[in-house]
Design a protein around this ligand. Structure first.
Ligand code: ADP
Ligand code: MN
Ligand code: MN
Ligand code: MN
Length: 347
């Protein structure tokens, strides 16, 4: 039997990488372990990953799932990009996450990432009138009705596609600006949440393509008094989730993110254009001031009220931009918080 495998990878575009994919016709049984899928190659000179005179790069399968677009026995295959000596290419941020995730796996870190995005119809956000602006934001968030909601049929199709692919989607909602939406992936381990978020992003673009609409992770798609798009990153370890001193571990994690150069180390890797989004307005904290607080949507890191009440749970880093690389944000948070928890013996 033959089937189609869509090999997906992250390119070398700067400052924000793009997704690429191409199709491989395979023979045999489709229920293949990712370890058994063959490596493949591509032209790195067309993806900002090589010079023309030595252009070959390697695609190494690392995650696969059913392909909900094509259906049947067809699959999606997420890959790491390697050089031809089989070492990670410079653009391969997943390779840097692997050892950090492994080193702190004993703490059982998990993430839930809230992916905000905006649909565009040509040069206008979906729902924006030609040559002007819609009514000011206020009624669109979690709204209902044709005067407030734009693109729901695409969002529903994307959700179904993600579920059919077996991705760990935990919810969706309409966002504060017209045409702006969110889906959440997780809670899952650092590598799982990141792989699945990249595949969910690919499915978002691919699903919207069939409706003639584009989706963007631009963190500030409309300048002025309109909310930006973020990727709030919710995080916990076993000690934070379970107690009995879960809240102490939560405070240790929040404090560690504010120590020394950590606020800047994190923020500068939380997505291009972060200073445009983290202005201190529109439910954000200023990008150059670290803070944390209970229920505080104007803080860098929020402790949900239920977590304070239960004395255990998780924290929400509200800073990452919609265009953040999940391999990078999960690596930084695990590295900072898990090291501090280890030092404080809160594991
Ligand atoms: P918000 O109220 O900020 O909009 P959401 O409901 O959109 O929150 O997203 C919360 C995310 O946090 C979800 O992806 C959820 O799965 C995740 N989450 C829940 N519990 C935990 C936990 N203990 N550790 C990490 N993430 C968690
Ligand atoms: Mn949310
Ligand atoms: Mn949101
Ligand atoms: Mn949130």
């Amino acid at each position: 039997m033959t089937f189609k495998a869509e090999y997906i990878w992250i390119d070398g575009t700067e400052p924000t990488a793009k997704l690429r994919s191409k199709t491989k016709i395979m023979t045999g049984s489709s229920a293949q372990d990712v370890a058994e899928l063959p490596v493949w190659g591509f032209d790195g000179s067309s993806t900002s990953q090589a010079e023309g005179h030595a252009s070959d790069r390697v695609l190494k399968p690392v995650f696969s799932c059913p392909d909900p677009i094509r259906g049947g026995a067809d699959i999606l295959v997420l890959c790491e990009v390697l050089d031809i000596d089989m070492t990670p290419h410079a653009s391969n941020t997943r390779a840097a996450l692997r050892p950090v995730a492994e080193r702190f796996a004993g703490q059982e870190p998990v993430f839930g990432i809230e992916q905000e995005y905006t649909f565009f119809d040509g040069h206008r956000p979906l729902g924006f009138p030609e040559g002007g602006f819609p009514a000011a934001q206020g009624g669109y968030y979690c709204g209902v009705g044709a005067d407030e909601i734009f693109g729901r049929e695409i969002v529903e199709k994307h959700l179904d596609n993600c579920l059919e692919a077996g991705l760990g989607i935990s919810g969706i909602n309409a966002e504060v600006m017209p045409g702006q939406w969110e889906f959440q992936v997780g809670p899952l381990s650092p590598l799982e949440v990141s792989d699945q978020l990249w595949v969910a992003r690919w499915l978002l673009y691919r699903t919207a393509e069939d409706f003639g609409v584009s989706a963007t992770l631009d963190p500030k798609p409309v300048k002025g008094d309109w909310n930006g798009a973020g990727a709030h990153t919710n995080f916990s370890t076993k000690a934070m989730r379970e107690g009995p001193d879960g809240y102490d571990a939560i405070i240790t994690a929040c404090e560690s993110l504010g120590e020394g150069s950590k606020p800047m180390d994190h923020v500068k890797n939380y997505g291009a254009g972060i200073d445009e989004r983290l202005t201190g307005l529109h439910e954000t904290a200023p990008w150059n001031e670290y803070s944390y607080g209970v229920s505080d949507r104007g803080a860098s890191v929020r402790i949900p009220w239920q977590v304070e009440k239960d004395r255990k749970g998780y924290i929400e880093d509200r800073r990452p931009n919609a265009n953040v690389d999940p391999y990078v944000v999960t690596r930084l948070i695990v590295d900072t918080c898990c090291a501090a928890l280890e030092k404080a013996d809160q594991v």
